[in-house]
Design a protein around this ligand. Structure first.
Ligand code: ADP
Ligand code: MG
Length: 240
């Protein structure tokens, strides 16, 4: 469903993605894990063309993303990041409805979808939809960010350390919500984190990224019990 084919990216003289190839299957929860600066966010952002590649191709369903109009491409892909980036002057419901509105969904469908997402993400306190972001806790804001990314039922969702700023309990609760939604909907998720526990808890497969390359791709158990080399062993062992 998402293919990276010999992707290269450099900023100035620094090589950030170094000849990286990877196939992510439809319906898969794939986690890219690695230390800060290893190129995870850059790779993620090549999928929705926030970062143009220097060589190689990124394909969705076999089609190179550069052949698609960038706006259309981005509307079709959910994107959630750590600094939630909710629109402060829009209510929770309006924030969630952002992409469905751009896609001209009928108002009753938007209302129904918003109500469904508020329930799915445990944002079901009365009046939640009409509150403004600054009146919510960090965890609630992050839930709204996830709801917004999922609103138009995109087949692909990109998530860049979306739970990074949360306390452990809130984080675990959101991870469980996300995993359940992903399982129920068959959404393909590409999730970035520097936290090995998070990667192992969420990923069907995990790719360990170091210095712009993938050192090992496999199930959490593969990385744990059959590390490809010492760098994998150190990273897996060092953060657990
Ligand atoms: P990660 O998400 O794994 O922490 P990033 O993809 O954000 O890593 O960054 C990888 C490297 O690329 C870092 O050294 C970072 O400083 C550099 N980098 C990222 N974006 C830019 C940019 N727009 N301009 C210059 N350098 C960048
Ligand atoms: Mg990053």
């Amino acid at each position: 469903m998402i293919e990276f084919d010999h992707v290269h990216k450099h900023f100035g003289r620094q090589v950030v993605i170094d000849d990286l190839s990877l196939r992510i299957e439809s319906g898969e929860f794939f986690v890219l894990v690695g230390p800060s600066g290893s190129g995870k966010s850059t790779l993620l952002r090549t999928v929705n063309r926030l970062v143009p590649v220097d060589a190689g191709q990124v394909r969705i369903d076999g089609e190179d993303v550069v052949t698609r109009d960038a706006e259309t491409l981005r509307r079709g892909i959910g994107y959630a990041i750590q600094s939630v980036g909710l629109f402060p002057h829009r209510t929770v419901a309006e924030n969630i409805a952002t992409v469905p509105r751009l896609l001209h969904w009928p108002p009753h469908e938007i209302r129904a979808r918003t109500a469904e997402l508020l329930a799915l993400l445990h944002l079901d306190e009365p009046g939640m939809g009409s509150r403004y972001p600054h009146t919510l806790s960090g965890g609630q804001q992050q839930r709204v960010g996830v709801a917004r990314a999922l609103a138009a039922r995109p087949r692909i969702v990109l998530m860049d350390e979306p739970f990074g700023a949360l306390d452990p309990l809130t984080r675990e609760s959101l991870q469980a919500s996300l995993k359940a939604i992903q399982r129920d909907t068959g959404t393909t998720i590409l999730f970035v984190t520097h936290d090995m526990d998070e990667a192992f808890g969420l990923g069907d497969r995990v790719g360990l990224m170091l210095d712009g390359g993938l050192v090992q791709v496999g199930s959490p158990l593969d990385l744990l019990h059959a590390p490809a080399d010492d760098r994998v062993r150190d990273f897996v062992g060092g953060t657990r």
